[in-house]
Design a protein around this ligand. Structure first.
Ligand code: FAD
Length: 388
C-alpha cells in the first residue's frame, strides 16, 4: 500500500473528504441542473489529489490502496456526487482489470498514464440487442497483425471523454464459448469506430454515456488484454469486485440520506414538537440505521476477503443486493422524514434518491445478483466460511 502508516492514510482520506465537501459539493446543484461535470475545473484537482490512481498498483504510479482502504473513498464520493463517484469508479475498475489481466508491456504503457489522469479506459460489455456475456454479438476477426472488429455497445460510461475502450467481443468460433471471447482495447479515433452520446440520465447528472459502433474497425493485435480467450475472465472477474464498489457507493448515498434525515428531524417543529420526538419518525430513522449498519459490516467482511485473495463471488453479489436494497429503502424513508421538502431540488434528498437508483442497475440487475448468489450456494459455497 502507498502509505507507510495508518495515520498517513487517514490524513490523506481527510484531505480528499475536505476537497469533496468544500470544492465539489458546492458545484453539485449546477452540475445537476446543467447535466455537466466541469472537467476543466475538477480534473486538475482530481490529478493533484490522486483520485485517478487510488487503487492502481504503486509500481505503475498508483497509490495501491487495498480494497478495505478504497471503499471509504467510494462511499465519501457518493455522499457528495454520484456522478463523480461513477466516473472515478469506472476509471479505476478498468485500470484494475489491466493490472490483473494485462501483459507487462500493456501495464507499463497504460497504467502510469491512467494513474496521472492523462488517459482513461472505459469498460464495454453491454449491448442493445443481446445479453451480457456469452450472448455478445460484437466479434473480431484476426487478419495478420490486426483484428477487424464489428458490433456495437451502449450505455458506456465516460465515453464522452475517455481515450481507450476495453471491448468484450468474440475473437474465435462461438461454439468454443468462453474461450472464444477476448477483451480488446480500442483507441478513440481508430478507423471504423464512432461514438454517439446517449440521452440524459435519471440521476448521476453530468456523467457521460455513449453508443459505440465498430464497422470494420481496425484494432492492432497487440491490443488484446492479456491473451486471446481471457475476455470473460477479464470482464466477469472485474465485475465481481466492482459489485463491492457499487455496494460501497450505496452505503455512502444511504449514509448521507440518514444524516440529512436526522438533522431535519431534530429541527423541524410541528404542533410544538420536533418531529424527531414522534414515534413514526423514530421508527423510520431506526430502520435506516439497521440497513446501513448491516451493509457496512458486510462491506468490511468482503473487503477483507478480497484483500486476502479469497474468492468471493457469493459475497460480492450478496453485498451488491443488500446495497441496492439499502440505498432504495433508505432514500425512500428519507423522503418520508423530510416530507415535501425532500421533493425540492434545493434539498439533497431527491438527488440522493436519483443517484442511488443507478446502483440498482450497475454491474448487473437485482435478479442477476440473486441468480449468481443462488448458483454459488447450490454449488456448495457459503457466506459464512469461518466457524461461528
Ligand atoms: C448509467 C449507466 C451506466 C452504465 N455503464 C456501463 C458501462 O460503463 N459499461 C457497460 O458495459 N455497461 C454499462 N451499463 C449497463 C448496465 O450494466 C446494464 O444496464 C445492466 O447490467 C442491465 O443490463 P441491460 O440494460 O442489458 O438489461 P436487460 O438485459 O435488458 O434486462 C432487463 C431485465 O431482464 C432481466 N434479464 C435479462 N436477461 C436475463 C436472464 N438471462 N435471466 C433472467 N433475467 C434476465 C434483467 O435482470 C432485467 O431485470 C450502464 C448502465 C447504466 C444505466
Amino acid at each position: 500500500m502507498g502509505f507507510k502508516t495508518q495515520e498517513e492514510y487517514l490524513a490523506y482520506k481527510q484531505m480528499v473528504s475536505d476537497f469533496l465537501w468544500k470544492e465539489v459539493e458546492p458545484l453539485v446543484p449546477k452540475m445537476d441542473e446543467e447535466d455537466h461535470i466541469p472537467r476543466e475545473l475538477l480534473f486538475p484537482r482530481f490529478r493533484e489529489l490522486g483520485l485517478f490512481r487510488l487503487i492502481i498498483p504503486e509500481e505503475y504510479g498508483g497509490l495501491g490502496l487495498t480494497t478495505a482502504q478504497y471503499l471509504p473513498f467510494i462511499a465519501e464520493m457518493s455522499k457528495v456526487s454520484g456522478a463523480v463517484r461513477a466516473l472515478i469508479h469506472v476509471h479505476l475498475t478498468a485500470a484494475r482489470a489491466i493490472a490483473f489481466y494485462g501483459r507487462e508491456e500493456q501495464k507499463k504503457a497504460i497504467l502510469p498514464k491512467m494513474a496521472k489522469g492523462e488517459s482513461s479506459l472505459a469498460f464495454c460489455i453491454t449491448e442493445a440487442n443481446s445479453g451480457s456475456g456469452l450472448d455478445c454479438k460484437t466479434a473480431a476477426v484476426k487478419q495478420g497483425d490486426h483484428y477487424v472488429l464489428n458490433g456495437e455497445k451502449h450505455l458506456i460510461t465516460n465515453a464522452d471523454f475517455t481515450d481507450l475502450f476495453m471491448v468484450a467481443c468474440y475473437t474465435g468460433p462461438r461454439d468454443l464459448g468462453k474461450k472464444a471471447m477476448s477483451a480488446l482495447i480500442v483507441e478513440s479515433g481508430a478507423p471504423g469506430f464512432t461514438i454517439e452520446p446517449m440521452p440524459h440520465l435519471l440521476g448521476c447528472k453530468g456523467l457521460g454515456h455513449g453508443i459505440l459502433t465498430f464497422k470494420n474497425c481496425i484494432v492492432p493485435a497487440k491490443n488484446v488484454v492479456g491473451e486471446e480467450g481471457l475476455g470473460l475472465d477479464v470482464f466477469l472477474g472485474e465485475l465481481e469486485v466492482s459489485r463491492v464498489y457499487v455496494a460501497a457507493s450505496s452505503l455512502g448515498t444511504a449514509m448521507r440520506a440518514l444524516d440529512e434525515s436526522v438533522k431535519y428531524a431534530k429541527k423541524r417543529i410541528t404542533f410544538g414538537k420536533a418531529i424527531a420526538q414522534r414515534e413514526s419518525i423514530r421508527m423510520l430513522l431506526a430502520d435506516m440505521a439497521m440497513d446501513i449498519y448491516g451493509l457496512r459490516l458486510m462491506l468490511e467482511d468482503v473487503a477483507r476477503k478480497i484483500d486476502e485473495g479469497k474468492p468471493c463471488a457469493l459475497e460480492a453479489s450478496i453485498v451488491k443486493s443488500h446495497g441496492l436494497e439499502t440505498v432504495c429503502r433508505v432514500t425512500d424513508k428519507a423522503m418520508q422524514v423530510l416530507g415535501g421538502r425532500s421533493y425540492l431540488v434545493s434539498w439533497p434528498i431527491e438527488r440522493l434518491f436519483r443517484d442511488g437508483r443507478l446502483n440498482v442497475l450497475e454491474e448487473g440487475t437485482p435478479s442477476i445478483q440473486k441468480l449468481v448468489t443462488a448458483r454459488a450456494l447450490l454449488s456448495g459455497d457459503s457466506p459464512c466460511t469461518s466457524p461461528w
